[in-house]
Design a protein around this ligand. Structure first.
Ligand SMILES: Nc1ncnc2c1ncn2[C@@H]1O[C@H](COP(=O)(O)OP(=O)(O)OP(=O)(O)O)[C@@H](O)[C@H]1O
Ligand SMILES: [Mg+2]
Length: 425
């Protein structure tokens, strides 16, 4: 491993990579780094680089640029570290892709469905990145796999506190990730499944149901299968959530990153037709602090409103209290003796509790439900998008909201999330 200190200069630095090696680098906080492929072929997390194109990565980004055939790259900007490594999991990941592709071909010839894959493991092992790589490889061979993200903390389909599903039609953009065209998103309302396990399981099942429906109507999606990203909570109730998702989606393959214990538990608990495989994490994945995670969540919300690198202008407008109905899913836990007869504490977790306008709502994120009617099932209905309450005027009885779309709100039912966002630059 040829390691170098962080790059501090504004000069281009050249790296010559042998075949099957990767250049790993981490961008310094509040800095940016430009990478340019000069010669040969290279890819970043599954997406091929265009020669002589400047790719920019910003504060804290951790990147591995891999080459199957050898290449020359130039890099400029401040990095914490930048080094070439021969120990890359990419070959394992490519083999996984090849095996999935074989399953798709078999599905095609036998008229059955394609592979449903779930990626699990503790936090910071590269789960989301592996999902991105497998999906991108799938698209690159002409498939149309579905990305299912049930990580309510660090998911990449929508804002934190949601789960969602996205049909992937193009490789992930090297800088921006997957194009988020028409994702299907559901409101959960918190950053960790533990805040409402019942709701979390309901939503996982709902996504599976929607995906099955899609497969029925679209053979290409059916054959292409799906890749499910999960959160890093793998013990106790977290493990129960993984088992639940595996069952709901009827997964064929579970890839366990980096944890033998979890692997053994799943081998023990999964039916024999589920292939459970243990794979290493990349040496390039480093642990991120709680603070970094919080900032990453804020960044995702900012990106939702302001677009990637502030390309969009969100709208800010008033909404009268009378024009909306706000609900929170799940009532606070109460002692069993206080519950109405026949009701269990679990029933409380799916209760729709009306929320009265108050100053406390300021800065909260709200999902705009697509439900048309109060009789619609608000839990199982997907959302149109999100607004953030930036001000509450109790006298005039109106909120000011930040919204990606102009007024009016498309529907009147809003679901309150625990997640807050401060709209300051
Ligand atoms: N092979 C790699 N080389 C270098 N960096 C990598 C590699 N794979 C992933 N990373 C980086 O490591 C960080 C963590 O990766 P990723 O988000 O995929 O992990 P995760 O297991 O999904 O984490 P979480 O538990 O937070 O969801 C990211 O910044 C990602 O860019
Ligand atoms: Mg992740």
């Amino acid at each position: 491993m040829a390691e170098s200190e962080g790059n501090q200069g504004e000069e281009w630095k050249e790296y010559k990579l042998q075949k099957d090696t990767e250049l790993r680098f981490e961008v310094e906080q509040n800095a940016s780094v430009i990478v340019k492929l000069k010669d040969g072929l290279a890819e970043i997390f599954g997406t091929e680089l265009i020669r002589n194109h400047n790719y920019t990565f910003t504060s804290g980004a951790k990147i591995a640029l891999f080459t199957w055939h050898g290449c020359t790259v130039n890099l400029r900007g401040k990095t914490e570290v930048a080094y070439v490594s021969k120990e890359t999991p990419m070959i394992t990941y490519l083999n996984t892709h090849a095996a999935l592709e074989q399953m798709r071909q078999q599905a095609e010839s036998e008229g059955t469905r394609g592979p449903r894959v779930m990626v699990v493991g503790p936090t910071d092992v590269g789960k989301s990145t592996l999902c991105k790589i497998l999906l991108t490889y799938g698209v690159r061979v002409g498939r149309r796999p579905t990305f299912v993200d049930i990580d309510v903390g660090q998911g990449s389909i929508s804002v934190p506190s949601t789960v969602g599903l996205l049909q992937v039609e193009r490789p992930a953009d090297v800088e921006e990730g997957f194009a988020l065209l028409a994702p299907l998103v559901y409101h959960f309302g918190a950053n960790t499944p533990g805040d409402n396990l019942k709701l979390y399981k309901i939503l996982t099942s709902r996504l599976a149901e929607v995906f099955n429906q899609k497969c029925k109507n679209d053979q290409k999606s059916d054959v292409s299968g799906c890749v499910i990203n999960t959160c890093g909570w793998v013990k106790g109730d977290g493990y129960e959530c993984i088992k639940h998702a595996a069952k709901a989606f009827e997964v064929d393959v579970i890839i366990v990153l980096d944890q033998e214990r979890l692997y053994n538990e799943l081998v023990r608990d999964m039916p024999s037709f589920v292939k459970v495989v243990l794979q290493p994490k990349s040496g390039g994945v480093v642990e991120r602090s709680q603070n970094f995670r919080r900032t990453a969540r804020d960044e995702r919300i900012r990106e939702y409103f302001y677009g990637f690198r502030n390309k969009l202008y969100p709208h800010s407008f008033q909404v009268r209290f009378a024009d909306v109905d706000i609900f929170k899913i799940g009532a606070p836990a109460v002692p069993n003796s206080c519950l109405p007869l026949g009701m269990t504490p679990e029933d409380n977790q799916t209760k729709l509790v009306p929320v009265q306008p108050s100053l406390e709502l300021a800065h909260h994120l709200l999902s705009v439900s697509l439900a048309k009617d109060r009789r619609d099932d608000l839990i199982n209905t997907n959302v149109a998008g999100f607004v953030c309450i930036t001000n509450v005027d109790m006298e005039r009885r109106q909120f000011t909201v930040l919204s990606p779309a102009p007024r009016p709100l498309p529907r009147r039912y809003l679901l309150l999330s625990d997640v807050q966002f401060m709209d300051i630059k």
